[in-house]
Each structure stands twice: as structure tokens, then as C-alpha cells.
Design a protein around this ligand. Structure first.
Ligand code: CA
Length: 437
């Protein structure tokens, strides 16, 4: 496409529009488009366009066309307030009656029905079209030579003028998936084209969720974006590195399970053929340090299922779970050193989240938890498939930490994590050798 021009589809189309371009004959476009045309309350068509502002005129010669065979091909020029299928618009093009009828078609309110005015009902290729916007008055013309213009109609259409779109439409009718090919040349525009504004808007609403061995990102879709860049940093002021791209407004970062930082920060940007938007407002979430402690707890598993022992609660996989041989069971860490628990994260067994209700997280300095300190009690069934995080405000230091299931909870928990701040060395006279996690 030439500078400032872009190609996309409006609405739902069976085949994505394609185009080729040459600068000869004052811009020549060959556009293959599908879609069920326009009018009604929504439109569906291929669209080669510029981003216009203020009063604007566009004209083009439709030199030839390869019709789809549906007898419902529609080709011409159109101005649209937005890419939304139900946007206000004004158009003039050749349709119907064996591709002989010119219509001036417009939608004067968003979501409203289209209205139509006949032009020449015996039009033959080659034909010229022109649309002129002055304020909110849109005037449509056709011509056989590009010199003498016949005014087909004029209408007042409330349409924002600071940024809207003007260009060429091609649709192939209602049923066929065979594209219609339009050969345009002598494309002329007068008025302001917002080249820089063709980069997409900045994404908003970035949300992060921890899930199984990954971070799930969602954000609001950006109109006209062809892809998104996802970037990550280890601090809010750190350098963001692009870690992946997404075709839609969601991404799963599976390159992170545990992190050396307590928090990871994400931003996303939107991309189209003109470039990249600025980054969305950053969002962050905590990724606990993976502990290097020794897993301790109730031995064995229900019916000796090898994958359901206590280690399954510490394997970083939200789909695997501890399923003890006894109704009350526990799993935790011997940290090897003293530490302060600042946060606990947990996810329930997917099929039995209620088995965690009444479960408690404890710290102790006895391996048998003979004098435990309760740090948190699970009071409601946790959400399945995500890590529920609980901040702990207890400055005591513990060597042993655990999750103790309620009676008939069978130790069921899919995953638990502890964020631990190592105690300072001078507080540990009894442990001269420290292996900090
Ligand atoms: Ca697990």
C-alpha cells in the first residue's frame, strides 16, 4: 500500500481482503474483497483507506471489475466515522441490476439503517466516483470522464470530523466466498490525512493472573491492531524486554514459573502496519522465590497413587495435587534456616476446592509442630485454577512451615507457595551455617 494507506475488512467477512498497488495512473489499486455489502444496520466489506480529518474529498476511477458471480457485488468509495460495522458512513458505488446501478448510500446515525439514493441506473465501466465532505454535509458524484460530474445526492450526517476514514470499498455479496476484484486508478484526495494517527491506540485495562506455571495477561482489544507486543521487566523502573507477541488481546507467559524478583512487571503495546502504540500502563504481580527447603509432611497417598504424594503440592504445577491416605494430613517445608513468612499462595484440588475450607497454615520451630503458630485459616473454598494469595503479617521467625488440611480434607491442595524473608544472621546463634534460599 502507498504511504498513509491501509487495508482491512469492516465487519465479518468470509475471506480477508487483499490488495496490490502501483503508483501508475495516479495510484492504481487492485483490491480483492468479500463481505455481505452494506446498508442495513451493519456493513461488511474490504476497505482500503486513509485516516482523514476535517473537510475532505476523495475521488477514484473504477476502471474494471471481476465480479464474484453472486450478482450482489458492490464497489465504490466510502467515508466512515470508524471501523465499527454500524458506524455512520457515506458511500457511492456501483451495484445491482447487472452491475449497472449507482447508489449513494449513507447511515446517518450509529447503528441506524442505511438509506439509498439512485444514481445512473445504466452505468457502464469505466466510471468515476467522488465523495466530498464539507462540515457534516456529504455529497456524492459520478462521472464518465472525471471532468463533468453528476451530483447523485447529498446528505447531512453527524460524524466526528477530527479523525475518520475515507477510501475504497469492495464487497462480493451475500453468499459467495469468491472475492470480487476491483481495479481502481486515478485516486485523488484533498484534505488532511492523519498519517501519524494511524498507529493504534494504547491498550488499556491490562490484567494479570497467575495460573498453572504461567502468568495470564488480558487487556482491552484495540481497534485496528494486527498484533500486540508483550513486555516484561523485573522492576517498575526496569528495562522492559519483549517476551512475545499475540494476535488477540490475551497472552500466557509460560516462560516464568518462579522468578528471582518478588514482582514482575508487564506492559503491552498494539501494532498495526503503521507501527506500534505506546505501552499500556504497567501492571505487576508477585512471583515468589522458589524455596530450597526440604519438603516435609504426611507420607504416602490415597491408594498409593505415585503422583499424588505431598511433593505434588510443591511442584509448581497447578494441575497436580496432594491426596493423602488419611483424612487429615499436612505438607510443608523445613527451611533449614529461620525465616519470616510474608505471603502464602495456594490453589485447591480442582475437583474438591471445599476440602481446603478450615485448613490452616502454620509455622513452628519444632519439626513435629508441637507448638505451632497459625498464620492463616482458609475460610472459603479457594478459586480453582489460580493461586490465591494471602499476605501474612506476623514477624515471628520459623524454621518449619506447613499447610494442615481439615479433617476429611485428605491434605488436598494443588499447589502451595510461601514467600519467606530469611532472618538476619545475628538472630541465629544456634545455626552458624546458613543456606539462604
Ligand atoms: Ca502441584
Amino acid at each position: 500500500m502507498p504511504q498513509d494507506w491501509a487495508l482491512r475488512d469492516i465487519g465479518t467477512v468470509p475471506v480477508t481482503a487483499t490488495a496490490s498497488y502501483n503508483s501508475v495512473n495516479n495510484k492504481t489499486f487492485i483490491i480483492n474483497g468479500t463481505g455481505s455489502s452494506f446498508g442495513g444496520t451493519t456493513d461488511s466489506h474490504g476497505y482500503a483507506y486513509v485516516n482523514a480529518s476535517g473537510d475532505f474529498t476523495i475521488s477514484a476511477r473504477l476502471h474494471d471489475a471481476d465480479l464474484s458471480g453472486s450478482n450482489a457485488d458492490r464497489i465504490g468509495i466510502i467515508m466512515r466515522e470508524s471501523f465499527s460495522p454500524n458506524a455512520t458512513m457515506a458511500s457511492i458505488g456501483l451495484h445491482d441490476n447487472g452491475f449497472r446501478k449507482v447508489w449513494f448510500t449513507r447511515r446517518t446515525s450509529t447503528g441506524g439503517s442505511g438509506s439509498w439514493t439512485n444514481g445512473n441506473t445504466h452505468t457502464w465501466l469505466t466510471v468515476w466516483f467522488k465523495l466530498k465532505r464539507t462540515g457534516n454535509v456529504f455529497t456524492a458524484y459520478q462521472s464518465q470522464d472525471g471532468v463533468t460530474w453528476f451530483e447523485v445526492g447529498s446528505a447531512t450526517i453527524p460524524m466526528s470530523s477530527s479523525s475518520y476514514y475515507a477510501g475504497l470499498f469492495v464487497s462480493n455479496g451475500w453468499t459467495t466466498t469468491s472475492p470480487t476484484t476491483a481495479y481502481f486508478d486515478n485516486i485523488a484526495t484533498s484534505g488532511t490525512i492523519l498519517a501519524g494517527n494511524n498507529t493504534p491506540s494504547t491498550p488499556t485495562g491490562l490484567k494479570l493472573n497467575r495460573a498453572n506455571k504461567k502468568v495470564i495477561l488480558n487487556w482491552n482489544a484495540v481497534e485496528g491492531a494486527t498484533s500486540y507486543n508483550i513486555k516484561r521487566a523485573n522492576s517498575g523502573t526496569g528495562t522492559y524486554t519483549t517476551i512475545g507477541t499475540a494476535a488477540t488481546n490475551a497472552y500466557a507467559d509460560s516462560s516464568i514459573t518462579y522468578c528471582t524478583a518478588n514482582n514482575v512487571f508487564y506492559v503491552v503495546s498494539a501494532v498495526n502496519q503503521f507501527g506500534e502504540s505506546s505501552n499500556a500502563t504497567a501492571n505487576s504481580l508477585s512471583i515468589p522465590n522458589k524455596l530450597s527447603g526440604t519438603i516435609i509432611g504426611t507420607a504416602g497417598s490415597w491408594e498409593n497413587v505415585a503422583t499424588a504424594t505431598k511433593e505434588a503440592a510443591m511442584d509448581g504445577d497447578i494441575n497436580t495435587f496432594f491426596d493423602a491416605a488419611t483424612g487429615s494430613a499436612w505438607v510443608g517445608y523445613d527451611l533449614g534456616v529461620l525465616g519470616t513468612i510474608t505471603k502464602i499462595s495456594f490453589a485447591p484440588r480442582a475437583t474438591h476446592p471445599s476440602r481446603m475450607v478450615g485448613g490452616i497454615f502454620q509455622g513452628s520451630n519444632s519439626v513435629d509442630f508441637s507448638n505451632p503458630t497459625t498464620l492463616f485459616t482458609v475460610s472459603t473454598a479457594p478459586t480453582v485454577g489460580t493461586m490465591t494469595e494471602q499476605i501474612i503479617n506476623n514477624n515471628s521467625t520459623f524454621r518449619y512451615i506447613r499447610y494442615l488440611s481439615p479433617n476429611n480434607g485428605f491434605g488436598n491442595v494443588a499447589e502451595i507457595e510461601f514467600m519467606v524473608l530469611p532472618a538476619m544472621r545475628h538472630k541465629l546463634p544456634a545455626l552458624p551455617t546458613l543456606l539462604l534460599p
